[in-house]
Design a protein around this ligand. Structure first.
Ligand SMILES: *Cc1c(COP(=O)(O)O)cnc(C)c1O
Length: 387
């Protein structure tokens, strides 16, 4: 018996070695603080949990959901986009419900990528862009996000003859893992290039609401002409602490939304209706949910950045996301610095190289650890680095 070539072609799991070390340290009884995982520690807001308790008791919600999502959910998405971004969407043609945005991102290459087609994926980036491309038989090319360009891609670094052959570009701002943001003008430029070279843009907006100091992240769909070339992925996971519920959505170009809906119709049968009704409530009350979230991340962000700056690290206060992207001290690689922090401080951080080769030289800290534990982790880092 053998597995398929497409499974064998998937890149090796980079963290196997470090995960073994973590497991060994835990077995030895060491108190490990894991700052590696981007999964909110705060619970889902109570008003949403209460709504779920009601919806789960309604037998109408016990049957197969509709493939594209409840109309009420798609309408709630459209209404939030109008309110938040000033973008109007047709709930019937321009919105599809997803079992978390990861599901939609992973399936999307099946809609637009033929075997051998070129796909540019942010590097460092969320691994699903590349993996989804590989599973569909496409050829992923790294789209470097470099510190010298504020972690924005530089399309002029590619020959035009190559851009003409690109089928799809994956972007993500506010960005995981670099926590960088992109101005509206950047999206204008991307839309212009997409028209000129004939590629599709898939923008991942999962972190739009996790922002600080009054920063408001734009949607690519705010740009004129974007709906002709772009699809945008979003999710309740981060903005409402709902990672475990699995609910997200895609919006934008009607043809792309239709294609994604068609793939999904043939693979899954949608999201539990009770959860979609919770989604309706969540989208109507996003601001309320964020009131309990943003002050907590702001305080944690300040703690981490202040601590590291005092140790001599050169890094900005991120305007968005719950990550801090840290340049490793000279003499270290991203992997060796992560191992150093694990050995000397019993603190787990994610080596940047795990997000692609252009992530080398950085590690990522996630702010989704209870504040007291995060404080303890920072004290240990200070001791380990002799601060
Ligand atoms: C967390 C995250 C998502 C959201 O995933 P869900 O499947 O919606 O939970 C999407 N993109 C990025 C970059 C993320 O970090």
């Amino acid at each position: 018996m053998d597995v398929a070539q497409r499974i064998k072609n998937l890149p090796p799991y980079l963290f196997a070695e470090i995960e073994k070390k973590i497991a060994r340290a835990r077995e030895e009884g060491k108190d490990i603080i894991d700052l590696g995982i981007g999964d909110p520690d705060l619970p889902t807001p109570n008003f949403l949990v209460e709504r779920m308790c009601q919806e789960v008791q309604n037998p109408e919600n016990h049957r197969y959901p509709s493939y594209r999502g409840l109309y009420a959910f798609r309408e709630a998405v459209a209404s939030w986009y109008r309110r938040r971004f000033g973008v109007s969407l047709d709930p019937d043609r321009e919105v599809v419900a997803l079992i978390g945005s990861k599901e939609g991102i992973a399936h999307f290459p099946w809609c637009v990528v033929d075997p051998g087609d070129l796909v540019l994926a942010s590097d460092p980036g969320y691994p699903v862009y590349k993996i989804g491309t590989l599973l569909a038989g496409g050829v992923p090319l790294p789209l470097p996000l470099l510190p010298g360009n504020h972690f924005l891609p530089d399309f002029s670094a590619f020959p035009e003859s190559l851009l003409e052959r690109v089928k799809l570009v994956f972007l993500n701002y506010p960005n995981n893992p670099t926590s960088s943001t992109a101005p509206y003008e950047f999206f204008q430029e991307v839309v212009r290039l997409a028209h000129r070279f004939g590629f599709i843009v898939a923008h991942d907006l999962a972190y739009s609401e996790i922002s600080f100091d009054g920063y408001r992240a734009p949607s690519i769909l705010e740009v004129e002409g974007a709906k002709e070339v772009a699809i945008e992925f979003h999710s309740l996971s981060k903005m409402c602490n709902m990672t475990g519920w699995r609910i997200g959505f895609a919006v934008g170009n009607a043809k792309l939304i239709e294609a994604l809906g068609r793939v999904k119709t043939n693979i899954d049968s949608g999201i539990f209706n009770a959860i979609q009704w919770v989604g309706v409530e969540a989208l109507a009350r996003v601001e309320e949910a964020l009131e309990g979230i943003i002050p907590v991340y702001t305080e944690r962000r300040n703690l981490v950045v202040e601590t590291l700056r005092a140790l001599g690290f050169d890094l900005p206060y991120p305007k968005a996301t719950f990550y801090v992207w840290i340049p490793v001290p000279s003499g270290f690689t991203s992997m060796s610095f992560a191992e150093f922090l694990l050995d000397r401080a019993q603190v787990v951080v994610t080596p940047g190289v795990g997000f692609g080769k252009y992530g080398e030289g950085f590690v990522r800290i996630s702010l989704t650890t209870p504040s007291l534990r995060l404080k303890e982790a920072m004290e240990r880092v200070v001791r380990a680095l002799g601060g």
